[in-house]
Write a protein that binds this ligand. Structure first.
Ligand code: UD1
Length: 416
């Protein structure tokens, strides 16, 4: 267990470099199972989840090496064991995205069933249904999915909900299926568009990624490539939220405004000014934000990952805001921790009602997951005394050098 200690800080000032997107790089790494050879990924964040995916690929017989601080070399050999063992899937749920590409490439896969997590139940029924429509069959035994497909054939996949993971699994399977696949009600996240760009570079024929309808013409063979990972919009939003907590002025090098329009609009309503620059974003925040109501939705709506950031900002904003969760059933555990810091926050079913206070009160708290952990650190920026965020290893799963980047713009944060 590691902890991050935070003291009241601000205004923040300076430049932060935004890393590559966690939710993209993990899927690109999974996609390297599709073709033999040597890949080079650039702008890879130095985070624990990348290490987890490297371990998973390593366990399959694929060599992963960091050839530079943000470069990953992946050597996909011919002998791949198409298996994702429990110990690794349990460490990182996103491991389930290897199912589609392994099936497409090897005709079989054995993947541990992911369990639920702090967000509540995390079913994979839509992942399986999409792959079934392409011709896969599944058996479940001893906690594992045993998947088979002598060959995959293009199909019309209508997703019941625009699930990110289900879209990615279907997409990575369909690129090697025979004929045409259409995924309707597909997730539209920028990370899906990045995955499609990567697959197209490998020789796949994918059209429409980033929109609700993705059309894939199956090809016989794919090839290894070099690719630069899209910037992490959630990390960028986290630093904008940090600015919202303290006031000040930040430049986010590498952030992409067009990937976070709704977030920028909302923080604009709260009183921040955000504008795109030639290579990122510039933002200014007053010493206290106005409250707003926020509802999470699939992209391009407000991402569920942004929710703890809004709850933190609202806890010190002027007036009352209601945050409504529409994506995951239970993503509220950090609320009790914020209450321990003096925040006036109540949950009612999938709503959080936040009455802003002028400041919070530093306390020892526990990070339940990546984004909520980051939000607790941000809360500490506007709390008197000292806030100790325990369980900081959750934050390291998704943020590269979170403490270093905050410190560089004037936050009083350190790690023990
Ligand atoms: C991804 C992101 C996560 C983000 C989420 C929603 C990664 C590694 N993680 O997670 O950070 O919060 O998108 O933007 O990219 N569902 C089902 N059945 C399924 C699949 C999903 O019922 O087969 C439900 C989930 O329980 C949830 C909703 O659909 O309520 C959205 O989940 P999904 O979009 O699949 O999220 P992930 O891909 O797991």
């Amino acid at each position: 267990m590691t902890k991050i200690t935070v003291r009241r800080s601000g205004p923040l000032n300076g430049t932060v470099s935004i890393s590559g997107a966690k939710n993209s790089v993990l899927k690109l790494m999974a996609a390297t199972t599709l073709a033999q050879g040597r890949y080079l990924l650039h702008n890879v964040p130095d985070i624990i989840d990348v290490d987890c995916m490297s371990d998973l690929l390593g366990s399959m017989g694929i060599g992963v090496t960091r050839s530079g601080p943000h470069d990953l070399e992946i050597d996909r050999t011919s002998d791949v064991v198409p298996e994702a063992p429990y110990e690794l899937v349990e460490r990182m749920r996103a491991s389930i995205v290897v199912l589609g590409p392994l099936l497409a490439r090897f005709g079989r896969a054995r993947v541990a069933m992911p369990g639920g997590d702090d967000f509540g139940p995390r079913p994979i029924d839509m992942h399986l249904k999409g792959l079934e429509l392409l011709g896969a069959t599944f058996e479940f035994s001893h906690g594992y999915i045993e998947a088979r497909a002598d060959s995959l054939t293009g199909a019309h996949i209508l997703l019941e909900y625009p699930s990110v993971g289900a879209t990615e699994n279907a997409l990575m399977a369909a690129v090697l299926a025979k004929g045409t696949t259409v995924i309707d009600n597909a997730a539209r996240e920028p990370e899906i568009a990045d995955l499609a760009a990567f697959l197209n570079r490998m020789g796949a024929q994918v059209l429409g990624a980033g929109s609700s309808t993705i059309r894939i013409e199956g090809v016989d063979e794919l090839f290894p490539v070099e690719h630069t990972v899209v910037p992490d919009r959630i990390e960028a939003a986290t630093f904008l939220a940090a600015l919202g907590m303290t006031g000040g002025e930040l430049t986010l090098h590498g952030a992409r405004a067009e990937h976070m329009e709704m977030f920028i609009e909302k923080v604009g309503e709260m009183g921040m000014r955000v504008s795109p620059t030639s290579d990122g974003l510039w933002a200014m925040a007053p010493s206290r934000l106005q409250s707003v109501d926020v509802a999470t939705l699939p992209y391009p709506g407000i991402a569920t990952d942004y929710k703890p950031l809004f709850v933190a900002m609202l806890s010190v904003a002027e007036s009352v805001g209601i945050v409504t969760e529409n994506v995951f059933s239970g993503r509220f555990r950090y609320v009790d921790e914020l209450v321990r810091m003096g925040a006036d926050v109540r949950t009612d079913a999938h709503h959080v009602i936040v009455r802003g206070r002028s400041q919070l009160s530093g306390a020892p708290v526990r990070a339940p997951d990546i984004r909520a952990g980051a939000a607790l650190v941000l809360a500490g920026l506007r709390a008197d005394g000292e806030t100790e965020v325990h369980g900081a290893e959750h934050i390291d799963r998704g943020y590269e050098d979170f403490v270093g980047k905050l410190t560089a713009v004037g936050a009083d944060v350190h790690r023990d």
